[in-house]
Design a protein around this ligand. Sequence first.
Ligand SMILES: CC(C)(COP(=O)(O)OP(=O)(O)OC[C@H]1O[C@@H](n2cnc3c(N)ncnc32)[C@H](O)[C@@H]1OP(=O)(O)O)[C@@H](O)C(=O)NCCC(=O)NCCS
Length: 158
Amino acid sequence: MNAVVLDAEWQIRPMHPSDIPRVAAIDRAAYEFPWTAGIFDDCLRVGYSSWVAVSMGDRIDGYAMMSMAAGEGHILNVCVDPGRQRTGCGRQLVEHLLEIAVTAELTIVFLEVRPTNTAALTLYRKLGFREIGRRPNYYPAAGGREDAVMLAWERTLS
Ligand SMILES: CC(C)(COP(=O)(O)OP(=O)(O)OC[C@H]1O[C@@H](n2cnc3c(N)ncnc32)[C@H](O)[C@@H]1OP(=O)(O)O)[C@@H](O)C(=O)NCCC(=O)NCCS
């Protein structure tokens, strides 16, 4: 992973409670089973590492959230406005979380992703995540439940 993103198009800044209506609107547009505004509110209240990618003044194009405890990180949500996807925003957000992980000296960062989510799986693998297992029936799905692929990124200790 590059520690410095040289061609960064977005400013990544902390998510504020006042961002939640815009963030939740993107979540609803991007996911079939979106988070409620209350879930975002709870994440900010407990102090999860929560970031928005802004462009053109303060337009929110994407966001990312990670919990950190006991030397481990867990990416909870990474999402880009459907109208701004495939322009590098998701990559910049995940790279930002990994920079936070390095700074915090986390040894490992976990996440779950739907096996059908090719975009996310490709992005995470490109950034060095590898599959470590499956969680059966983890996600709600149109026809019932869907498994989660568990991925992990480990900090290279020098
Ligand atoms: C997954 C997601 C965050 C990726 O964000 P993005 O800004 O569109 O992705 P980027 O433009 O940074 O893409 C980086 C790389 O990821 C891969 N990628 C991204 N979208 C892809 C797609 N639709 N198909 C295949 N690969 C894709 C590519 O390798 C891409 O590099 P390239 O454009 O040079 O080929 C975005 O698709 C999204 O918000 N999806 C809905 C929410 C979601 O599923 N979040 C992940 C939950 S675990």
